[in-house]
Design a protein. Structure first.
Length: 239
């Protein structure tokens, strides 16, 4: 049995799948993997996308943000659409994502736990008024009508994750019978530690390159997630 067939067999036998995804899931949508060999950063990401940098160098933060973190023309790829397909089938219970691109929701998936927030949402740091991304000018520092600085609703380095999102993600992972981890090298914490709560039958990792968790898997695939998780494969194997 090859790895694609083994993956399809696992999915067909599962009733409660949780998908845990990282930057590699959106690469096929034209969004670079920040930490990959062809990633965005030529300097330390923890510095430029940190809370203190946003406060102390807001214009420079936004210069980088608009050029390197927001991809308004990106569309859901085969993996995003495949997960929506599984959710509609009642097999996929939720998606836990480290990504901030909103592509899972744009593909139609309903139950998405965004660990690091979303570029699509923004709020005033003074009065907390909400702003859609389309409401913001794409140069300089965006200001609210109250003169407060608008901040993207994303979790920067030095900021904590949302407690409710954490609890909901851990609950779903701990109750899944299959956990599919994809497009992440599992080095970003605390998010990467969440898979330790998995107590189900099948742990699957699909990633370009090895992870420290490969030895614990039911199935480990070194490859692009969209080449394995797509609707064409599901239909071929009767899912």
């Amino acid at each position: 049995m090859d790895k694609l067939e083994e993956l399809m067999t696992i999915i067909k036998s599962s009733k409660n799948i949780v998908f845990f995804g990282g930057a590699g899931v959106s690469v096929a949508s034209g969004i670079p993997d920040f930490r990959g060999a062809n990633g965005l950063y030529t300097y330390t990401p923890e510095e430029i996308i940190s809370h203190h940098f946003f406060i102390d160098h807001t214009k420079e933060f936004y210069d980088f943000y608009w050029k390197k973190m927001v991809y308004p023309n990106a569309l859901p790829n085969k993996c995003h659409l495949a997960l929506t397909y599984l959710e509609k089938k009642g097999v996929l219970k939720s998606v836990v994502t480290q990504n901030i691109d909103n592509l899972h929701q744009e593909a139609g998936t309903k139950n998405v736990h965004e660990l690091h927030g979303s570029v699509k949402r923004n709020y005033c740091t003074k009065c907390h008024k909400f702003y859609d991304i389309n409401d913001l000018k794409k140069e300089g520092i965006p200001y609210c009508s109250c003169k407060g600085i608008i901040k993207p609703d994303v979790v920067l380095y030095e900021e904590g994750l949302d407690d409710k999102v954490i609890n909901d993600a851990i609950y779903d992972i701990s109750h899944a019978d299959t956990l599919i981890v994809a497009g992440t090298s599992l080095v970003v914490y605390p998010a990467a530690s969440f898979i330790r709560y998995f107590r189900g039958k099948n742990l699957v990792i699909i990633n370009l390159g090895q992870t420290n968790y490969d030895k614990f898997t039911t199935l480990s695939i070194n490859g692009k997630v969209e080449e394995y998780l797509n609707i064409e494969n599901f239909k071929k194997y009767g899912i």
